[in-house]
Design a protein around this ligand. Structure first.
Ligand SMILES: NC(=O)c1ccc[n+]([C@@H]2O[C@H](COP(=O)([O-])OP(=O)(O)OC[C@H]3O[C@@H](n4cnc5c(N)ncnc54)[C@H](O)[C@@H]3O)[C@@H](O)[C@H]2O)c1
Length: 248
């Protein structure tokens, strides 16, 4: 119960890693206000958790929507201690096929969405020496072929994380990123386009367990650790949970 009495907001909680993070934080004692653009899915997550969870419709790419979930958490629980930015989208494709619309969609959710949420939450986190955990990716540390927009967005999340960690260090607000390799979630169940060289993508797979992908709970455990006081000396980290994918 490392998060007893804490209030957390989790984006992207209808599915995959976000759902596992919401469940883990609640299991550690936090009250969680969980958002997703998939309202049915996030309500299902809330029903799995019970009364510690409140489900909210959220589009992180919309500044007003991001502000609303933070306001709702503060209104309900009197403050905010933890922000977990997990919502994200993947868009595999050859670079020449990534038109401006596809580029903008990925950046607006994965990077601008994190900005919106951090910007709305920061005044509350400053008041309570809270912390932020941003979901980046191994693709935020190294390039992944056929993932130009996604890799750029996740490198951006790592940069934003490091800048905020330094700027808010005096206020005691910690800001960290988690960088998973492949995780067994619906995101990776989308069929990749046929015109890409899949062997190039698979060169950058996990080394642990013969390339086995992680479970969402493996990532949620790291998020909960970083959000807890056990990580009180950790800020500005881009914490790889990738089975060694980015080690060499
Ligand atoms: N699955 C992987 O292999 C992997 C690896 C590294 C990083 N990640 C990152 O982990 C995070 C979670 O991904 P996942 O694998 O659980 O995928 P997922 O598709 O299962 O979950 C993503 C969730 O984000 C929500 N979402 C998308 N756009 C949104 C928006 N604009 N506003 C609010 N919610 C939105 C979706 O509805 C969905 O519930 C993402 O940021 C992803 O980039 C995933």
């Amino acid at each position: 119960m490392r998060l007893q009495g804490k209030v957390a907001v989790v984006s992207g909680a209808a599915s995959g890693i976000g759902r596992a993070v919401a469940k883990k934080l609640a299991a550690e004692g936090a009250r969680v206000v969980i958002g997703d653009r998939n309202l049915t899915g996030v309500e299902e997550t809330a029903s799995l958790i019970g009364e510690a969870a409140t489900a909210v419709a959220l589009d992180v790419s919309d500044e007003t929507s991001a502000q609303a979930i933070i306001d709702q958490a503060v209104g309900l629980h009197g403050g905010l201690d933890i922000l977990c930015n997990i919502a994200g989208v993947l868009d595999f494709g050859r670079f020449e096929d990534v038109d401006r619309g596809r580029w903008d969609r990925v950046i607006s959710v994965n990077l601008t969405g994190v900005y919106h949420m951090c910007h709305a939450a920061m005044p509350h986190l400053v008041g309570r020496r809270g912390n932020i955990v941003n979901m980046a990716s191994a693709a935020g540390l190294v390039g992944v072929p056929y993932n130009a927009a996604y890799s750029a967005s996740k490198h951006g999340v790592v940069g934003l994380t490091r800048a905020l960690a330094l700027e808010f260090s005096k206020e005691g607000v910690r800001v960290n990123a988690v960088c998973p390799g492949g995780v067994k979630t619906p995101m990776l169940q989308q069929a990749p386009p046929e015109n890409i060289d899949w062997t190039m993508v698979m060169r950058s797979a996990s080394w642990l367990d013969g390339g086995e992908m992680a479970d969402p709970e493996d990532i949620a455990d790291t998020v909960a650790f970083l959000a807890s006081s056990e990580a009180r000396r950790i800020t500005g980290a881009a914490f790889a949970v990738d089975g060694g994918q980015t080690a060499g």
